[in-house]
Design a protein around this ligand. Structure first.
Ligand SMILES: C[C@H](O)[C@@H](O)[C@@H](O)[C@H](O)C(=O)O
Ligand SMILES: [Mg+2]
Length: 390
């Protein structure tokens, strides 16, 4: 049973000096310090349970997100958890539409990252009070309650409440078997951490060799800054992993649209499954042009880690601008908004391959993708989770 009144919210600025080793580096973020705004909420219930939620950031950006969390905190403080989750759609809207803060959003940027951190903490607390992990809380929830957590504003032209209910009701069939399968086998994953752009060729070779030995079969490499470097690095990786293993490429928004097409025709010989973030995350039609141009090369477009909200995802789907949809557990407005994107992806039959790797993301997305497989998509085709190798 949900209980307690939120009596305290604290937020910490947590940073790791990952830029020193080039970890996490790509064609646009050359010196990332992996960081998080870390929110903890407490209640006056005598169970000692706390809700922990984060949003992923880079270095100095964390200061700004921490400010935004503090600016939103009054929406949560002194509220009964029962009232929050009893009208979760309303509560999501309240945070996302704060009369003064929405002007510097709305539903995007720093305010939305802060919203995600707070809501992630609320979901964590709810699940802890129910004695379950978040994925299980979602899987066990009846479709009507799930739908009541989602804000359908701006997406009813592609997904109505009735559509969502229908998808979730169909997802009940075979749910138990899929849950057992996940518990026994886990979810397919790729390593996102063997080929950061700042790594030397030696390091790349060593990490890919180790990953292969450890059983990894899917690898992602950063590209986009220099074509000759990309060709050399991709050749080196293919030499290590062989022609059959799956390789994905990530340009982190480096190119213009024609440049993306041209560059990828040069890298097509390395047989990438997808090119991730080829251009600006806001350029929906640009992604569509790139997707269309790359079909004959057998390369899909993946994007989402910097997609502001469900509206951008809706348009990417409508415009056939992506072949792999990468939700982000902390950029979208927490579980609530991610649910709407999972359901839209199901409606368009586009596979979801969550973005992860940054602080806490690998943990958070597991909950979303397990729910997706067990209750929504019921498919593992072309789907995998991003993970950091040890
Ligand atoms: C700055 C970060 O490490 C990004 O490079 C990272 O999120 C990346 O785009 C990824 O897909 O893992
Ligand atoms: Mg990426």
């Amino acid at each position: 049973m949900v209980r307690g009144r939120i009596s305290r919210l604290s937020v910490r600025d947590v940073r790791f000096p990952t830029s020193l080793g080039g970890h996490g580096s790509d064609a646009m973020h050359t010196d990332p310090d992996y960081s998080a705004a870390y929110v903890v909420i407490e209640t006056d219930a005598e169970d000692g349970l706390k809700g922990c939620g984060i949003t992923f950031t880079l270095g100095k950006g964390t200061e700004v997100v921490v400010c935004a969390v503090n600016a939103l905190a009054h929406h949560v403080l002194n509220k009964d958890l029962k009232d929050i989750v009893g009208d979760f759609r309303g509560f999501y809207r309240q945070l996302a539409n704060d009369g003064q803060l929405r002007w510097i959003g709305p539903e995007k940027g720093v305010v939305h990252l802060a919203t995600a951190a707070i809501l992630n903490a609320v979901w964590d607390l709810w699940a802890k009070q129910e004695g379950k992990p978040v994925w299980k809380l979602l899987v066990d929830m009846d479709p009507r309650t799930l739908v009541s957590c989602i804000d359908f504003r701006y997406i009813t032209d592609v997904l109505t409440e009735e559509d969502a209910l229908e998808i979730l009701q169909k997802g009940q069939v075979g749910k138990k078997e899929r849950e057992e399968q996940m518990l026994a086998q886990g979810y397919p994953a790729y390593t996102t951490s063997c080929a950061w752009l700042g790594y030397s060729d030696d390091m790349l070779k060593q990490l890919c060799t180790q990953a292969l030995k450890d059983g990894w079969t899917r690898f992602k490499v950063k590209v986009g800054a220099d074509l000759q470097d990309d060709e050399r690095r991709c050749r080196l990786i293919r030499d290590v992993i062989g022609p059959e293993k799956t390789l994905m490429m990530d340009a982190n928004q480096r190119w213009d649209v024609p440049e993306a097409v041209e560059w990828m025709s040069k890298l097509a010989k390395f047989k990438p499954l997808w090119i991730e973030e080829p251009t600006s995350p806001d350029d929906i039609l640009g992604h569509a042009t790139i997707s269309k141009a790359l079909v004959p090369l057998g390369i899909g477009v993946a994007t989402g880690e910097q997609c502001h909200n469900r509206v951008i995802f809706k348009q990417l789907l409508q415009a056939k601008a992506l072949q792999f949809l990468q939700i982000d557990s902390c950029r979208l407005g927490s579980v609530n908004e991610n649910l709407s994107v999972l359901l839209m992806a199901k409606k368009f039959e586009i596979p979801v391959c969550p973005h992860a790797g940054g602080v806490g993301l690998c943990e958070l997305v597991q909950h979303l993708i397990l729910f997706d497989y067990i209750s929504v998509s019921a498919s593992l085709k072309n789907r995998m989770l991003a993970t950091q190798q040890k």
